[in-house]
Design a binder for this molecule. Sequence first.
Ligand SMILES: [Fe+2]
Ligand SMILES: [Fe+2]
Length: 170
Amino acid sequence: MIKREKSIELLNKAIAGEMTALNQYMYFHFLLEDMGYDYLSAYFKRTAIQEMMHVEKFAERTLYLKGEIDMKASASVEKIHDVEAMLEKAEAMESETIANYNEWANLCGADADLASKQLFESIILEEESHQDHFDTELENMEKFGDKYLALQSIAHSRNAVAAAGALSAE
Ligand SMILES: [Fe+2]
Ligand SMILES: [Fe+2]
């Protein structure tokens, strides 16, 4: 089998970026949970898990190509505490990932590695849905202002009451 050095390099760059995203999103998840913003906290956790699944897919492909997996995040976590800044950071990360994967899919295609190309293409679709979701949350934040966070706090209280009810019913 031809050793596809270029694809292996791109797949490892993708793994590094996915690990950065998963660390950053878990960090946001922890903070948002602590602030009582249950919905956004859960969304960041779910997205982090999806980024981890992307690491897995890129790693499987790298091993198939007989490459080594670096498992190093491309950047360290940014300590962002403001909710709007978190959403802006996440939206920017997704945009950058989409641009990279479009470029890298084409590079793999030009190197006649169509399976790696297709892998990038299938993951682009998921990153676009993340970006779309973060965009919507940012729009809602602009539209509803402080009420946006107030609604999230109400959801938290409702969940707490429901959990207490479930406990007393046991
Ligand atoms: Fe991803
Ligand atoms: Fe993503």
